[in-house]
Design a protein around this ligand. Structure first.
Ligand code: SF4
Ligand code: SF4
Length: 373
């Protein structure tokens, strides 16, 4: 095995191939606080890519309620239990990654779901922690909490699906870091299904091959964000490019949120894949739960999010504003500007939408507004 650097766990680790980062890496940020679980993203993906035979159960994008929702069933719990202690010390992960914990003869610690594990995509939906008594109201801080976790393939820097494939059918594109399954080479051994800890590869019994999220690469190649991003009702998503931490640019929106403000965190970084989808953690869930799910630093992330300065608040206002990928951004007074790579302006939005209060009686038309008290 090669030794590679994984900045998310703050150390070197073992991986099956030498470190070979793409020239640019696709990345995404999801603001959990804004997701309403409308599943529009799920349907946008489903109708675009997985409406064929053998794809009925596939959800390349899914949204589950945490802590009791899963797709497939218990995808995270099973692995967390098998992985053993997952201690962090000053930003360095001291436990084992799934590559370091692999059983003899296997490339990653994993498991293959049964068909029944895919039977209930919305299991646990809206189930909160603790019991809500009849007639109870909301209490702050939230004693009864849950949150929505939207998930796609993480287009990992060290993909377990790729490492485990005995046919070499899975590849990471050098130009954008998107991870794809070569449908011509795949023989359906399903080692990738077993190895991906996020369970984001799906076996198609009709074609006999494995399939997965392709980050809508035909769109992304044209500078457009994927379907699940542009259709997101809550405007929780932003797709773009991420730099390694030592090359972070403040005018790159993804770099700014992940590396500079550090408010967007990877999903289960302790697995060791350096996933490239980042989450702004929910402000109302307990930090013990969040630190296990997103690694250390979630309290600081939530504090920075709650006390967002003008730059941060401005950048958050750019989420969901255009179908285009926004490689650069800047704030100018109370306007936030999305820019092309060369600095030319793409669009501008106000940091705060103006509020118009209409008088109850409209003198010009001589009418009383029915939506006014
Ligand atoms: S999330 Fe799973 S399917 Fe996607 S690149 Fe990582 S290991 Fe592969
Ligand atoms: S479309 Fe957006 S708001 Fe709706 S479930 Fe998906 S991620 Fe959440």
């Amino acid at each position: 095995m090669a030794r590679v650097h994984n900045w998310q766990i703050g150390r070197e680790m073992s991986y099956w191939y030498p470190e070979s980062r793409p020239s640019r890496q696709f990345a995404a940020i999801f603001d959990i606080n804004k997701c309403i679980a409308c599943q529009t993203c799920t349907l946008a993906c489903k109708t675009t890519w997985t409406s064929g035979r053998g794809q009925e159960y596939m959800l390349w994008n899914n949204v589950e309620s945490k802590p009791y929702g899963f797709y497939p069933l218990a995808w995270d719990l099973k692995l967390l239990k098998e992985l053993g202690p997952q201690e962090w010390k000053e930003g360095t992960y001291e436990g084992r990654t799934i590559f370091e914990a692999a059983r003899p003869g296997e490339r990653a610690l994993g498991w293959r779901p049964d068909d029944i594990d895919y039977a209930n995509p919305n299991v646990g939906e809206d189930d909160c922690v603790g019991q809500v008594e009849n007639g109870a109201g909301l209490e702050v801080p939230h004693l009864n909490w849950f949150f929505y976790l939207a998930r796609i393939c993480n287009h990992c820097t060290y993909p377990a699906c790729l490492a485990s494939c005995p046919r070499g059918s899975i590849y990471k594109r050098p130009e954008d870091g998107i991870v794809l399954v070569d449908q011509g080479r795949c023989r359906g051994y399903q080692e990738c299904v077993k190895a991906c800890p996020y369970k984001k590869v799906f076996f198609n019994p009709m074609t006999g091959t494995s399939e997965k999220c392709i980050a809508c690469f035909p769109k992304f190649e044209q500078g457009l964000q994927p379907q699940c991003f542009v259709n997101c009702i809550g405007k929780i998503r932003m797709a773009g490019w991420i730099s390694p931490p030592d090359k972070a640019r403040p005018d790159n929106p993804i770099d700014y949120l992940v590396h500079i403000k550090k408010i967007a965190k990877p999903l289960f970084p302790q697995f060791g894949l350096e996933p490239n989808v980042y989450y702004i953690p929910p402000i109302h869930a307990p930090s013990s739960f969040l630190n296990q799910m997103f690694g250390p630093g979630t309290e600081a992330a939530i504090k920075a999010y709650r006390n967002a300065d003008d730059d941060l608040a401005g950048l958050l206002a750019l989420f969901g504003c255009t179908e285009k990928v926004m490689p650069r951004w800047k704030r100018q007074g109370d306007m936030v500007i999305a820019m092309e790579e060369n600095g030319s302006e793409m669009l501008r939005v106000p940091m705060r939408e103006p509020v118009h209060i209409r008088p109850a009686f409209d003198i010009r038309h001589g009418v009383t507004r029915t939506n006014c008290p």
